[in-house]
Structure formats: C-alpha cells, structure tokens
Design a protein around this ligand. Structure first.
Ligand SMILES: *Cc1c(COP(=O)(O)O)cnc(C)c1O
Length: 548
C-alpha cells in the first residue's frame, strides 16, 4: 500500500470536516456500537462482565503495532478494557465517593472532545469558555459569593483546587514567591481528617510537608478549634507566616464539617491582635460538601419535597456549616463527586477575583498568546492547555438538575443513608461511628456475638487496657468486610468498603471501620436493608472464630 492508500483509511477514522451525511451517520453508528458492546457486559451484578485481574507484567511488553487497524477493531478492543469495572450507579454499589454520571454530562464530555476547545483562551475555545464563566456564576451564587466579584477556573481535580487556594495564600503571606521562591517560614494548617492532598501540595509547592501543621479533630471529625488557635498563635509568635488554613467541608471518610464561622472570626481577630499586614488565606475544601448548598434556603419546616423527619434533620445539620462557605477566601468544588459528572470536573472559586491576579505571569513570558480576546485565564492558570470537558459536563448537570433536581437526588441519598443508620442502630451487634456527621457516608463497626456494643466502643476508643480487644476487633471487621464483598461478588448483597483508620483511639491506635458510601440515585430501602442483613450474616458465619 502506498501512503495515499493508507491516508484514505485514516481519513475515514476522523469525523468529516465538511458535512457528509453518510459518513456522519457512520460516526454516530460507531459510537452506538461501542455503547451497545458496553451494555452487553451488564448483568444483574454491580460490575461489567466479570472481574479479571490485569497482567501488568505482560502489559509492560506491549508493542506499537506495525500496521493500521480499523475503527471497529479498536472500538472492540477499547470496550474490553471496561471489563470488571464497577457500575457506580448500581444500587448494590456503596463503596466510595465515585459518582455515577448522567447522560447530559457524558454528552458534554463528548462534545468538548469532539471539537477540542482549549480553555486557555477564548480565541481557542469560543463559547465553551463562556460555559466556564456561567458555571462560576451559578456556583458562586449557590455558595453565597457575589458573582460580580468572584471568579473561578476549572482545574485538574479537587487536589488542584486546594493547590490554587494554598498558592494564592502563600503569595498573600509571602509576596513574590513566584519570582523569589518559597521562604522557609511559611506554614499551612489542616485537620487530621482533611484530605492527604494537603501533603502533596505543600510538598510540590516547596513549602515542605514539615511545614504542614496537622491539627487534631474532635469526635465529630471537624478541626479542634482550640488546638488550631493555639497553633496559629504559636506560629505568629515565632515569626512564621500563615500561608493557608485549609478547612474541610465534607471530609472524605466521614463528612466532617469544619466550623468556618469560628475559623474566619479567629483569623480576623488574630490579624488585629498581631497587626498582620496580610489576611491569612482560608481555603474551603468543599469538593464533597458544596452540593448541600442547595438546601441553604430550603424550607425545612414546610418540607415541600416530603423528606422523612430524620432526613430533614440531617440536611439541616449539614447546612448549619455549609451555609458559611461564602466566608472562605476560596472554595474547591468537585462536580465529579457530588455533581454526578465524569472525571475531571473540578472548579476553584475565589471570592475576590483579584486573588487570581497574584498568579498572573507577565505577557512577555507568553509572547505567542493572549494578544486579544475577552477571556484569557491562561494568563494565571497552572495548566497551559485546559480541556472543555469539565465545564461542559458541570454545566450540563447544573442545567439538568437545577436546584430542585439537586435537592431531590441529594435528599434521596441522604435519606437512604439515614435509613441505613436506623437499621444499623436497631441491631445490637452493629454501631454507627459517625453519627454526628450528616452526609451520605456511614462508618460503622460490628462486634462479635456476645459483646456488649453499648460499652465496648467507648472502652476501646478511650481505654488503653482495651487495646488488644480493639486490635482483635479491627481484624474482625476486616473479616466481615471480606465476607460481605465476596458474597456481593456472587450476586448476593452489596459492595461496601472499609477504612483502615477512621480515627485514632485516644492512645493512638487506628480504628478500622466498615464504610457505606451511597451516591447512586438507584439505591432504595431494600438495598440498605441488605447491607445490614449481610453484615449480620457474616457475624454469624465468622463470629466465633475471630472473636477469640
Ligand atoms: C476527593 C477529595 C480530594 C481530592 O480530590 P480529587 O478530585 O480526587 O483530586 C480532596 N479533598 C477531599 C475532601 C476529597 O474528598
């Protein structure tokens, strides 16, 4: 074959640049065939096809093929890579904070990939850039920022949103780090239930993980305000700079919510007292919790959506803290978590758009870009190319759901979570650990038959003489987890997960917990009942041996 023959084949593998109805339908049909093949992998089980463990050694030997393939062959091969994937929307999947994705958000990703807008500059993204601004406006308003003053950019995940917060804060506390480098006296604060990305960020920014001060949390999994204040004072007395206080609104494992109202007040009074020439930046890592903002102005008394009383209480309990999000200087939001969009769809909002100017490069550093146009986020974003997929997926879901839809879907999964807790509380062998947290994640622990669950929890958590019991029951809960998930694998029951360290005991041992994370709108009461039944069945099946 000459290169011309091959080129003809190649051209068929691209959407046609000029309308060609026959080829256009071939394109649509190719996508449909791919989706059909994926659907054919669905069974009653909560994963696609069967779970095959990948041969990573063999994968290292993969070679680039010598010759061309076809759209059909490659499609079939690609579909094969989905074999064994968890169906996150399945009612029997309650594993982690991974969202099932809506059809409009998938179409958003497809469209943004199809014509490949680059959000660095509106010259390269036209109206897709507008989607970013619209999402910024909608979410600003939702959390209580003034959309005229705020700004926002999509970035590479929740980690990226916190990175922006810390970098802006660093620049406020220690001006010109972008040119001069990071000084050694900059500190960042986060609670011990905050996300580990804080360690990545301080490491990668050159602040150093040793300058990340981890503040303990109280039993509600929120930052201990007294210790925070002591540590902030100590830092200021020692002549250190506070680059950022990372607050977490919705911790990953337990949905703990830091008290932004008190933390911002604390910051403000320290600024006065120590006569600081900067305001220590407060970032809210609300990548999970942001969505609860839709309930800020819900009429909990009238309860027009008719949630159960326990649900109303849980929603109101979350809003007590979420309603203060607007007090933070920057906020991270993941649409790929509680916004039901595909990865990656994360936005960082800043209350004051001038904050983003702190990150700006000078035009001389980018001579070939940004000469004209109205929208040039590429002048301050960390990324150069930025995909349109995140903004279009987020916009799709915000438009699809509206306030009403978000309330209904969140309310439902909170309702299912509350039902699960009710069922767990109703049994003597199980105990809910994060009772004071109102999200859709439930941490619970199971105890062997014959153990007094009313006392054991407190004893194990606070009394070092119960250390052996704690360790034995940690292992016991891991066994329960194995049992429940191997049953789920066979189509009997629900996939749940565990955490190796829900918290530490007062004497420093990690506490293992079972975890149910409900994010699927398809979960119903029978699915949460099944979780409890399976856990109790596991307790019967393995209780005796592990207890001793
Ligand atoms: C998931 C998570 C992150 C990290 O977000 P990615 O989108 O995975 O980068 C940060 N903080 C919290 C609280 C999270 O739950």
């Amino acid at each position: 074959m000459t290169h011309r023959d091959i080129l003809n084949q190649i051209r068929l593998a691209f959407p046609q640049p000029v309308s060609d109805t026959i080829h256009d339908s071939y394109f649509v049909h190719s996508i449909m065939r791919a989706l059909d093949q994926v659907d054919a992998l669905k069974t009653h089980l909560p994963f696609l096809g069967s779970i095959i463990h990948g041969d990573f050694e063999a994968a290292k030997l993969t070679q680039l093929p010598d010759t061309m393939s076809s759209v059909e062959t490659v499609t079939k091969e690609l579909v094969g890579y989905l074999e064994g994937m968890t169906i996150f929307g399945h009612p029997r999947t309650q594993q982690n904070v991974v969202a099932p994705t809506t059809i409009p958000s998938l179409i958003g990703v497809l469209l943004a990939s199809l014509h490949n807008p680059n959000l660095a500059w509106d010259e390269f993204s036209r109206l897709v850039a507008l989607a970013e601004v619209e999402v910024t406006a909608m979410t600003s308003q939702l959390i209580g920022y003034d959309p005229q003053k705020s700004s926002g950019v999509f970035t590479f995940g929740g980690t990226g949103t916190t990175l922006y917060g810390v970098k802006i804060g660093l620049e406020k506390a220690c001006p010109d780090t972008i040119t001069d480098g990071t000084p050694e006296n900059a500190l960042v604060f986060v609670s011990d239930t905050g996300h580990y990305c804080a360690a990545n960020i301080t490491g990668w920014l050159g602040i150093g993980t040793k300058n990340l001060i981890t503040i303990p949390s109280i039993t509600e999994n929120e930052i201990d305000l007294e210790v925070l204040e002591t540590e902030l004072r100590k830092a200021l007395t020692d002549g250190k700079k506070i680059a950022c206080i990372i607050t977490t609104l919705g911790t990953t494992d337990a949905f703990g919510l830091d008290n932004l109202l008190k933390i911002t007040a604390m910051r403000n009074s320290l600024v006065e007292e120590y006569q600081l020439d900067y305001h220590p930046h407060i970032h809210a890592d609300a990548v999970i919790g942001w969505a609860w903002s839709v309930f800020n102005d819900y009429d909990f008394e009238k309860n027009p959506l008719e949630f159960r009383p326990r649900t109303v209480r849980a929603l109101a309990g979350a809003c007590r803290r979420i309603q203060h999000l607007h007090l933070a200087d920057s906020v991270g939001i993941d649409f790929h978590k509680t916004g039901f969009a595909p990865y990656i769809s994360s936005i960082v909002l800043v209350r004051d758009k001038a904050d983003l100017d702190l990150l700006k490069r000078s035009p001389e550093q980018m001579p070939y870009l940004y000469h004209f146009g109205q929208y040039r986020p590429g002048m301050y974003t960390l990324e150069t190319s930025r995909a349109g997929t995140g903004p279009l997926a987020a916009l799709a879901n915000l438009r699809l759901f509206g306030v009403e839809g978000l309330r209904a879907i969140l309310g439902h999964i909170v309702e299912m979570t509350q039902l699960l807790r009710e069922h767990l509380d109703g049994r003597e062998g199980t105990t809910v650990l994060n009772r004071g947290n109102f999200g859709t994640v439930t941490l619970f622990r199971v105890y062997p038959v014959g153990v007094d669950t009313f006392e054991i929890q407190q004893q194990e958590f606070e009394d070092v003489t119960y250390k052996d019991s704690l360790i034995a029951n940690n292992a016991y809960n891991q066994d329960i987890f194995q049992y429940v998930n191997s049953e789920a694998m066979e189509g009997r029951g629900v996939f749940i997960s565990t955490t190796d360290c829900y918290r530490h005991t007062s004497y420093g041992e990690p506490i293992v917990a079972l975890k149910s994370y409900i994010l699927s709108p398809f979960v119903d009461e029978e699915d949460v009942k099944t979780v409890v039944e399976k856990v109790l069945e596991a307790r019967e099946a393995i209780g005796e041996s592990a207890a001793n």
